[in-house]
Design a protein around this ligand. Structure first.
Ligand code: FAD
Ligand code: SF4
Length: 494
């Protein structure tokens, strides 16, 4: 039996690949679920900046539960069935191949696994100017309807395409792991999709249950890993039951980078100098379109990303910058609340007067420009505690500001003006894309992994989540994490 720990996107992708190879899987998962009866408001002491789903924070572990002390970071760990996909924005793009030169295997090794992940996710989108660098590996579902604002911006970009290209911009419609045929455009995407149109790994687990060889045990918190001759043993706590052990041939850790680091360090010890944590620099930047779009604020629409804008301009950033354009939505409004506070009445006046012209960018840079973060661990087994501490953020912030300046300098061609006084730069982890704690290397050193996500000396323990990514290119990353998890699991199944 193969043991997969975690039911988020990476656990689901690894499981699916193992089942494809005819290998049985037992998935173990803390697996909290939203019970209709227990839909609850946030509990005191929880981070108010966390995005809730149906008013509940059930997908998240509190820092105390996750054994975390955060210093200058805002990272998330999940204890939910489906992991953080219960709250995600469903934006999907593959990593561009030319950004993977520092990875220890050929980019083409991911192709068939992008295809498998695309089949799991069901990706809606259009084959447009982004396709050459960001292929669809499986024919897309029809795209979601984009808003009037997005249509107006796209038409402007099309008229200025040559100049935008000269300046390093490529653009296209956003792509989503959303069943566009099921979408009702009721605009509640970020607080919970009643229609179930947004892909969630929890739904994928239900589909996996129909496949022979798959079993799911929720309510199980894995506490430690032990390697034994010919197999692995997991020590676990079951909700409302006594402690237990699970024996298997191989284990696939898909807990998200912090919970995976806690299990690894709690089981195998931790390096004195700590572990790295890579994150993509992240920012929110409101922008004002250069024209009114009548009816925009009242329009029935989805509130996920509308458009993608990619910036490839070495003078601004040595690596690709990924920008997602949104109409108004509550998460962006909340993220901006802090930034707007000091601008006070000015920000409110801008919002009131210019609502039909307001959009916002969520932007991501390559992890090369991320704030350095170290994870140190103390204690063994379930007593293991992690301290996650951010270093100097000045170079990362400067890199973000160069991107904002580039946007401002291209406002004629882009058809909007960034409201730079409201730029909000996120703390490490706030962009929700982090990993690289145990990076894959062709010749791994201590606390690094081989191309099958295995730490030196631990032949039967495969890390399959973002922990193993050698670097984080800027484009939205869960799709690539899933493809890599699928690649590792199919190789490990041989
Ligand atoms: C608000 C928000 C928006 C996002 N939007 C996007 C987006 O638009 N596009 C994108 O690409 N990404 C997005 N992300 C990121 C995306 O959700 C994550 O990359 C993805 O969920 C990671 O998947 P994972 O399976 O590796 O881990 P997770 O989703 O974190 O799942 C971890 C799983 O492990 C289980 N687990 C943890 N510890 C244990 C343990 N000790 N024992 C047993 N089980 C355990 C949990 O129960 C959970 O099932 C977003 C994230 C957030 C929070
Ligand atoms: S608008 Fe959003 S919440 Fe509503 S059905 Fe569509 S995807 Fe779901």
């Amino acid at each position: 039996m193969n043991l997969v720990v975690g039911s988020g996107p990476s656990g689901v992708a690894a499981t699916s690949a193992l089942l494809d190879a005819g290998k049985p899987v037992l998935m173990l998962d803390i697996g909290r679920e939203l019970e209709a009866a227990s839909r609850r408001a946030e509990e005191p002491g929880e981070d108010p900046a966390r995005k809730l789903v149906f008013g509940s924070s059930y997908p998240y572990l509190t820092d105390r539960e996750a054994g975390l002390a955060q210093k200058g970071t805002r990272c998330l760990a999940s204890g939910g069935k489906g992991g953080l996909s219960a709250v995600w924005g469903a934006s999907v793009l593959p990593f561009p191949e030319d950004e993977l030169s520092d990875w220890p295997f050929a980019a083409k090794d991911l192709h068939e696994h992008y295809k498998k992940a695309a089949v799991l996710l069901g990706i809606s989108g259009a084959v447009d100017g982004l396709a050459p660098r960001f292929p669809f590996y499986s024919p897309p579902l029809p795209p979601l309807k984009h808003s009037r604002q997005a249509q107006s911006v796209l038409a402007h970009w099309a008229r200025h395409e040559a100049e935008l290209k000269r300046r390093g911009f490529a653009f296209g419609r956003a792509r989503h792991a959303v069943d566009s045929a099921a979408c009702e455009y009721d605009g509640t995407c970020l607080s919970g999709c009643e229609r179930g149109a947004i892909w969630s790994a929890a739904d994928a687990v239900e589909k996996l249950k129909k496949r022979p060889g798959f079993e799911y045990h929720g309510g199980v918190r894995v506490l430690a890993i032990e390697e034994r001759p010919g197999g692995v043993r997991l020590h676990a706590a079951r909700e409302g039951a006594s402690r237990t052990v699970y024996d298997g041939k191989k284990i696939f850790l898909a807990c998200g980078p912090l919970a995976t680091a806690r299990l690894v360090c709690g089981s195998f010890g931790a390096p004195a100098g700590g572990l790295p944590l890579l994150s993509q620099p992240y920012f929110v930047l409101p922008l004002l379109l250069d024209r009114d779009v009548p009816g925009a604020p009242e329009e029935k629409l989805h509130t996920l990303a509308q458009l993608y804008l990619e910036l490839d301009d070495p003078k601004t950033s040595p690596r690709l910058v990924h920008l997602q354009l949104y109409g108004h939505n509550e998460v962006i409004a909340e993220r901006l609340a802090g930034a707007a506070a000091w601008a006070g009445p000015l920000a409110d006046a801008v919002k009131r007067r210019f609502a039909p012209r307001l959009m916002a960018i969520q932007g991501y840079l390559h992890s090369d420009k991320g704030v350095p973060v170290r994870i140190t661990a103390e204690g063994r087994g379930e007593d293991c505690r992690l301290t996650v501490a951010a270093g100097d953020a000045s170079a990362s912030k400067a890199a973000v500001r160069r991107v904002a300046a580039k946007l401002a300098g291209s406002s004629g061609e882009l058809g909007f003006r960034p409201l730079s006084f409201m730029l909000k730069i996120g703390l490490p982890g706030e962009g929700n894309h982090a990993g690289g704690t145990f990076p894959m290397r062709s010749t791994p050193g201590p606390w690094q992994t081989d191309v099958q996500g295995r730490l030196q000396g631990h032949e039967r323990v495969h890390l399959v989540d973002s922990s193993v990514l050698p670097s984080l290119p800027s484009s939205t990353f869960t799709y690539a994490v899933m493809a890599n998890a699928s690649r590792i699991a199919s190789q490990a199944a041989d």
